[in-house]
Design a protein around this ligand. Structure first.
Ligand code: PBG
Length: 321
């Protein structure tokens, strides 16, 4: 007798009933880029359908996205002014702080996550303070903590440090606790690889490093065990959620971290991953909608509890779940 999986694939109902993985809208996080000014909407060249918008337009986008069912958002600020210590990141009237205050007022139910990093705000494009061409770890921690604190005061619900400095989760935790933000969780970009897939994001943020690269602080794509170590360190320092980034070339890392981490796991389906799908779809080379579904399914199947994706809006709009 040959064993046959009897009729388990015979109908849509049966396939759904037996499926192991679903794309659940509540588990998707939509990223936004916000800039200074009024009525600004600048398309991001390599990321069709994703714009850099001023606060007024951001509120319009969020309103229609909330109607679609988007519940969690990730904020990136694109400041007008950059300097060598990234002061726009921790200014109380910085662009993210202003946006968060307005979003919280209009959409109190929304979960607002803010990216904590200096690279969008530094003139040299590095994620920390630079001296003699070297990124200084410890002096950067203080500025990151100040950034998280000013986001918290503006009304952010969760801090997501993406800088990859050592000790930043602990520095953020201490700063938030001592200011009374004991309940604010930290989602740490724990296993963040030095990746070419961030290219379109850096174009959008004007944050490509002016010299050198981020290889000194972001992870080497050749290493898997190192991701486990980074996660352990962040957990020791108090991370509430850990992240693997990018997602697609790192599905094995997502799987590995899922096995060892006692806290929820987020995966970031990054800008370059989005751009590739959009480009191939536009050229008619692939069935874009099915590819998006398959990619997101693979990230969840690998073990992610939640996914940050620029596809979130279209997934909800076109019901690609
Ligand atoms: C800031 C940051 C980056 C991304 C998220 N936070 C860029 C980088 O590290 O160069 C990338 C996101 C994406 O590519 O979608 N450090």
């Amino acid at each position: 007798m040959i064993y046959r999986p009897r009729r388990l694939r015979s109908s849509g109902i049966m396939r759904d009933l037996t499926a192991e993985t679903f794309i659940v809208p509540a588990k998707l996080i939509m990223p936004y880029f916000v800039c200074e000014g009024k009525n600004i909407r600048t398309p991001i060249g390599a990321m069709p359908e994703i714009d850099n918008v001023s606060v007024d337009n951001l509120l319009r986008d969020i309103e229609s996205d909330a109607e679609l069912g988007i519940k969690s958002i990730l904020m990136f600020g694109i400041p007008d002014y950059k300097d060598d210590i990234g002061s726009g990141a921790y200014a109380d009237d910085g662009i993210v702080q202003k946006a968060v205050r307005e979003i919280k007022k209009r959409f109190p139910e929304l979960m607002i996550i803010t990216d904590i990093c200096l690279c969008e705000y530094t003139s040299h494009g590095h994620c920390g303070v630079v001296e003699n061409g070297i990124v200084l770890n410890d002096p950067t921690l203080e500025l990151l903590a100040k950034t998280a604190l000013s986001h918290a005061r503006a009304g952010a619900d969760m801090a997501a440090p993406s800088d990859m400095m050592d000790g930043r989760v602990g520095a953020l935790r201490d700063a938030l606790d001592s200011a009374g933000f004991h309940d604010m969780p930290i989602m740490a970009y724990s296993a963040k690889y030095a990746s070419a897939f961030y290219g379109p994001f850096r174009e959008a943020a004007g944050s490509a490093p002016q010299f050198g690269s981020r290889k000194a602080y972001q992870m080497d794509p050749r290493n898997g065990r190192e991701a486990e170590r980074e996660v352990m360190l962040d957990l020791d320092e108090g991370a509430d959620i850990v992240m693997v980034k990018p997602a697609l070339s790192y599905l094995d890392i997502i799987y590995r971290i899922k096995e060892i981490s006692p806290v929820p796991l987020c995966a970031y389906n990054v800008s370059g991953e989005y751009s590739m799908v959009k480009a191939a779809g536009k050229l008619g080379m692939v069935d874009e909608e099915r590819v998006i579904q398959e990619i997101l399914t693979s990230i969840f199947r690998a073990g992610a509890d939640m996914v940050i994706s620029y596809h979130t809006r279209e997934v909800l709009k076109k019901k690609l779940v």
